[in-house]
Design a protein around this ligand. Structure first.
Ligand SMILES: [Zn+2]
Length: 502
């Protein structure tokens, strides 16, 4: 089509354009006027800017945090809620680990972690706040006036965090300081309202929105920091190093510090994969697995948009843990002669970069969405990297028999609740959660592939990724993509697999 402009039309067009530009500048002016501490790619994202002083000898971090929050809802907000996850580690009688894991979580006995608030202000003025929730793990701020839709507010929080002596995703042990879920993060506001769930002992009890982050960490110079952020600068200040880190469009920010880290890096596509390790044996292997998984998933689901991904050996006793652009891997897997588990866990955590990191979901109520897909993606990796026979063996061994059939045999004398789609707190223990969410969850995706065929199945994964990246997906978003790609409804299929015995 070719459009013909007369001179008069061009003149009117220019006037209109000038008016629109002027109006845009006037409307955006309060936002642009040196107020934004920084601004990345996407509008309406919350911005976190955190200055951290890390004192490893005291197992403590002191933080000064600015949050620029935009009310992107179409309703007035009278309160704002933050998770204070460190407080979930405060009380021995309210543990964040199930009883069967307690000894491994605290090999030297219980050690508390917590977050102590010093000061909170809004727009430069102190603001009343309360802590609530199961372990005072929720912070509620009540501004004097409601926050109108589109309104931008600046919150300043000064606080200290005490780290527990525990080899988990939040704590320290002999080799590493694992700093996950450590700062006040705004709760998700969705159709349920504010999501203020506590830190459940099973699964990954997190749900968050994508935001922009700038984090500066001052640490003793012997320490190396691996993190969600891209390293934009490091500066020496006496016996300290200041690490300046940036992470646009991520749903959380985690870091690991160690005096023992060595690193290896390699680029794949637009992303550099970094392996941080203290056992030489595993460092190169993990880098190779990470590179292979990233390349395979780039082609299978859609390109990983970030510049860096760090895979980190940690004192971590539960396999692996995913955070945006960084994953923690159980350090004891590195020195083993048999490296099957090191590969499986590395690939599973890398798959979470797509299913959790980019396409987010409510991990408390819809855990199957990221865990089932990350687990099945691991099986798919084996088919691409090795061959179909290896993929079949992994599917049988890891999923069908390993997690699902054996569980049913083991629990045969009991009534098994085969519902996959239920909240974390309704699972009795890790065995049940693992069998249903990972095992039956991955089986469901395998069956979906069998029924719709490879071409449609991989098209579904690509479209689901593309349409939901940087957002939080609901089950319905996945069902709709299946219908769009195949032209038929999959409601009954999902209904059966998510809620009925198989
Ligand atoms: Zn997982």
């Amino acid at each position: 089509m070719k459009t013909l402009f007369t001179r008069k039309r061009i003149f009117i067009g220019v006037i209109v354009l000038v008016m629109i530009s002027a109006l845009t500048i006037i409307l955006l002016n309060p936002l642009l006027k040196g107020k934004y501490p920084f601004f990345f790619y996407r509008k309406n994202l919350t911005q976190y800017s955190i200055d951290v002083a890390f004192s490893p000898r005291d197992h403590r971090i002191d933080c000064s945090q600015q949050v620029r929050f935009i009310n992107s809802q179409d309703t007035d907000l009278w309160n704002i809620y933050f998770h204070l996850y460190p407080n979930s580690f405060k009380y021995e009688e309210k543990p964040v680990f199930p009883p069967e894991e307690f000894d491994r979580a605290y090999p030297k006995g219980f050690s508390p972690g917590f977050l102590e608030i010093h000061k909170i202000s809004l727009g430069g003025k102190p603001i009343p706040y309360t802590t609530e929730g199961y372990s005072e793990d929720i912070l509620m701020l009540s501004p004097e006036k409601a926050i109108k839709p589109g309104k931008v507010i600046d919150i300043q929080l000064d606080y200290s965090v005490k780290l527990p002596n525990s080899p988990g995703r939040f704590g320290f042990w002999d080799n590493t300081y694992n700093i996950g879920n450590w700062y006040p993060i705004i709760c998700v506001y969705d159709e349920r309202g504010w999501n203020t769930e506590p830190y459940y002992p099973l699964g990954d009890p997190f749900y968050s929105d994508v935001a922009d982050y700038k984090v500066s960490i001052t640490a003793p110079k012997e320490f190396v920091i691996a993190s969600t952020g891209d390293q934009v600068n490091t500066a020496e200040d006496g016996d300290q190093t200041i690490w300046e880190l940036e992470a646009p469009s991520v749903r959380d920010f985690a870091w690991v510090a160690s005096e023992k880290f060595r690193t290896l890096s390699k680029k794949v596509g637009e992303t550099t994969v970094h392996s941080y390790f203290y056992d030489i044996d595993g460092g190169q292997k993990v880098l190779d697995y990470g590179i292979a998984a990233l390349a395979i998933f780039n082609g299978m689901f859609g390109s990983y948009p970030y510049k860096n991904l760090s895979i980190v050996q940690t004192d971590f006793f539960i396999g692996g843990m995913e955070y945006p652009k960084i994953v923690m891997i159980d350090g004891s897997l590195y020195g083993m002669d048999e490296d099957d588990w090191l590969e499986i866990i590395t690939v599973h955590e890398v798959a979470h970069q797509w299913w959790y990191g980019l396409v987010g979901n409510d991990q408390i109520h819809d855990a199957w969405m990221d865990e089932g897909l990350a687990e099945y993606s691991t099986v798919l990796y084996y088919g691409k990297y090795y061959d179909e026979a290896k993929e079949r063996r992994m599917y049988q061994g890891l999923i069908d028999i390993g997690k699902y059939q054996l569980y049913k045999i083991y629990r045969s004398d009991e009534n098994i609740d085969e519902t996959i789609h239920r909240p974390l707190y309704s699972f009795e223990d890790w065995a049940e959660y693992d069998a249903m969410v990972y095992g039956k969850g991955a089986k469901m995706f395998h069956q979906l592939r069998q029924e719709m065929g490879d071409e449609a199945f991989f098209q579904v994964l690509k479209e689901y990724f593309e349409g939901n990246k940087y957002k939080n997906a609901k089950p319905r978003d996945l069902f709709e993509v299946c219908q769009e790609v195949t032209g038929q409804s999959w409601e009954n299929f999902f209904q059966e697999w998510l809620y009925e015995e198989k």
